[in-house]
Design a protein around this ligand. Structure first.
Ligand SMILES: Cc1ncc(COP(=O)(O)O)c(C=O)c1O
Length: 403
């Protein structure tokens, strides 16, 4: 317990530093805290986006992304939020009448299915109750009944429920057996958990800047396989202006984007990728896993129940059920006002019933300990008696694995 006492003092000082800086500890599931180095990269001078200086920046970003996605495929960086990447994937692949198998186990899978239908396709939905992910036997049965599926779309990490789909390899094999395109929405997870794009045979992988990559929001990174590129050459997408992939490929040949890129965000992304590669992808994934384990163990020690089933729990977005009597808005306001810690509420059916913690990007020992302290203390203040020391003790045990 001395350890806990010492660290509690340190935590109080972290909370005070944050207060003095009028800065919040952003523990929502994206956007997440952005390291100062990355923020400062954005104050570089504006350059001509049709110049060798931009080409150098852009090519550097692509090379770094390929190392993070573990792919040799083309990479497109769209100036858009994550949804733009999903829209690009869907509208370039789906033609009227095409069947797309979509996993739906939360808000973002639901939105993907809606986008497929909006593009004139037919979404074959593999769903699961909230807090779980569809299992392969269910997905295989749907594929068996729909051999003409053109694409398989999976949300790797369902940010709305804190659930990760753990069978990417099996699903990739199924997509390949069907001769279907394999599309992975990895917006909230890439950089925080394993996703070897080429090894898994992923055709389109979408990652957000504002999540595990720890860059500001506003750009979305999409890897596109040769198979998709070839398909688009002989089957041009319906005439669309902005998210037209062939247009991006054409401009990429000379190291440019077809439309004005958000230059400060490109600088920031470049710096964030540099930091990621300096740390090493494996080390970064390990850090995310250890921090999430520390959250699960410490908050379970004060009897909070994770929303997700154990075998599909996310390492990057953690959802916990509220104890009876705790009001969502009051709890999160208290965390924000008194502790300067931001966590998110639930979506749809889970609204008011769960809170979500983003365990992303630069998450490390101070982030976990500060958040656990704040959550435990706020719950105590709202009448849910629990031991902050017991929670911190559990967190520290797990976090001792970090250097
Ligand atoms: C899995 C997933 N897909 C899509 C999106 C949409 O991204 P954005 O809000 O950046 O448009 C999000 C956002 O949180 C997400 O987590």
């Amino acid at each position: 317990m001395t350890i806990v006492k010492y660290n509690t003092l340190k935590l109080i000082s972290i909370i005070n530093i944050l207060r003095n800086m009028r800065k919040k500890l952003v523990m929502i599931p994206g956007p997440t805290n952005v390291p100062e180095r990355v923020m400062l990269a954005m104050v570089k001078p504006i350059i001509n986006h049709r110049s060798p200086a931009f080409t150098q920046l852009y090519k550097g970003i692509i090379e770094k992304c390929q190392k993070v996605f573990l792919t040799k495929s083309d990479i497109i960086v769209f100036t858009a939020s994550g949804s733009g990447g999903v829209e690009a994937a869907v509208t370039n692949i789906v033609r009227p009448g095409d069947k797309v198998l979509v996993t739906v186990f939360g808000e973002f899978g639901q939105r993907a299915a809606e986008q497929v239908e909006a593009a004139g396709g037919k979404a074959i939905v593999a769903d699961a109750p909230l807090g779980d992910a569809p299992r392969m036997d269910k997905i295989r049965a749907l594929a068996e009944a729909n051999k003409d599926i053109k694409a398989v779309f999976v949300v790797y990490n369902e940010t709305s429920t804190g659930v990760t789909f753990r069978w990417l390899k099996e699903l990739g094999k199924l997509a390949s057996d069907l001769g279907a395109f394999y599309i992975v929405d990895a917006i909230s997870i890439l950089g925080g958990d394993e996703l070897p794009v080429d090894e898994l045979g992923v055709d389109i992988c979408i990652a957000g800047s504002q999540k595990c990559l720890a860059a500001p929001p506003g750009v979305v990174i999409v890897s596109v396989s040769n198979k998709v590129k070839k398909y688009l050459e002989s089957n041009p997408p319906p005439p669309r202006h902005y998210f037209n992939m062939p247009r991006y490929f054409k401009f990429a040949e000379r190291g440019e984007t077809p439309f004005t890129p958000a230059l400060p965000l490109f600088y920031a992304l470049d710096e964030a990728l540099t930091m990621l590669l300096e740390e090493g992808l494996d080390n970064r994934i390990r850090r995310h896993k250890i921090c999430s384990e520390a959250f699960y163990r410490s908050l379970s020690a004060i009897n909070l129940k994770p929303t997700a089933k154990e075998d599909v729990r996310s390492n990057v977005v953690l959802a916990f059920n509220y104890p009876t009597g705790i009001e969502d808005a009051k709890f999160r306001k208290l965390l924000d006002d008194k502790f300067d810690v931001l966590v998110a509420g639930g979506f749809g059916e889970f609204r008011g019933k769960v809170f979500r913690i983003g365990c992303m990007g630069e998450v490390n020992t101070p982030h976990v300990l500060t958040t656990v302290t704040a959550v435990s203390a706020a719950l105590n203040q709202l009448g849910y008696q629990n031991s902050t020391a017991a929670a911190l003790d559990e967190a520290l045990k797990v976090l001792s694995q970090l250097n």
